[in-house]
Design a protein around this ligand. Structure first.
Ligand SMILES: Nc1ncnc2c1ncn2[C@@H]1O[C@H](COP(=O)(O)OP(=O)(O)OP(=O)(O)O)[C@@H](O)[C@H]1O
Ligand SMILES: [Mg+2]
Length: 237
């Protein structure tokens, strides 16, 4: 489905949160590179999707009522075979059912597992300044060191390059100590594409890619979250 149709359908249902599968489709349309994934509604299709994608895989809960999937046991990484994938499906459904009995569950996404350095890209709405774009180191770096840079949307390629250079830990994605090296022009393009995308879709109040992975084979987003504005309210630009 097209991004605009996904956003319209969610609004028609009175929903603010897009599930991870819908969010991934929106990001793909904005031009963001993503790892391979498939939506699976039941155990059998999850196992089938896993063998098509190739082990190891990662499984995640698909629900518009779950914003942080890990918190409800909704992320399983490193699934090595069909038996493990089937067992992970059962465990995930049991855990989500127990922790969030009211959540609407569409199934799971099964996706390619990737290794790399975690970065973060996000856009949110500041009530005073308007739409912002954030970029920085992901994982422990964002939580502990808050190593991020900000700009107002829309940004230019020049702004994107500056945002990248402002990161204190940038040596890590420049290849220090054996970490994979990020192609900075591809990285700048992701930032510009996100900026252009949120500016073009004013209904999007918040968009997060956490993490965007720097791998030996290039950049790839492995998580996506899109949240719509409360009805009738858009971000001041
Ligand atoms: N495809 C993948 N390959 C490797 N590691 C992954 C993959 N998907 C997720 N991970 C790891 O698992 C963590 C949690 O997954 P994900 O970000 O999708 O869930 P979340 O709980 O919704 O995240 P958030 O903290 O952003 O709410 C990621 O931060 C990353 O470290
Ligand atoms: Mg995440």
């Amino acid at each position: 489905m097209k991004a605009e149709e996904i956003l319209t359908a969610a609004k028609a249902e009175g929903r603010r949160v897009l599930d991870v599968h819908e969010s991934r489709q929106v990001l793909l349309e904005l031009g963001v590179p993503m790892n391979r994934s498939a939506l699976a509604a039941d155990r059998l299709s999850a196992v089938k999707a896993a063998s098509e994608i190739g082990f190891p895989v990662v499984m995640k809960i698909v629900s518009p009522d779950v914003v942080h999937k890990t918190e409800v046991g909704g992320v399983k990484v490193g699934l090595r075979d069909a038996a493990g994938t089937g067992a992970a499906f059962d465990a995930m459904m049991a855990s989500v059912g127990e922790k969030r009995p009211d959540a609407r569950v569409r199934g799971v996404v099964v996706e390619e597992m990737v290794r790399g350095t975690e970065l973060i890209v996000g856009s949110s709405c500041d009530p005073q300044f308007g739409r912002m774009l954030m970029f920085g180191m992901g994982g422990v770096f964002v939580e502990v060191y808050k190593d991020v840079s900000f700009r107002l949307v829309p940004i230019s390629t020049f702004d994107a390059r500056e945002m990248i250079e402002e990161i204190r830990g940038k040596a890590i994605f420049e290849g220090a100590r054996g970490h994979p090296r990020a192609d900075k022009e591809s990285l700048a393009k992701v930032l510009v594409d996100i900026s252009t995308g949120v500016a073009r879709h004013p209904d999007i109040e918040e968009l997060d890619i956490n993490p965007l992975m720097v791998t030996e084979k290039g950049l790839v987003a492995v998580d996506a979250r899109v949240i719509l504005g409360t009805l009738g309210r858009t971000c001041p630009l």
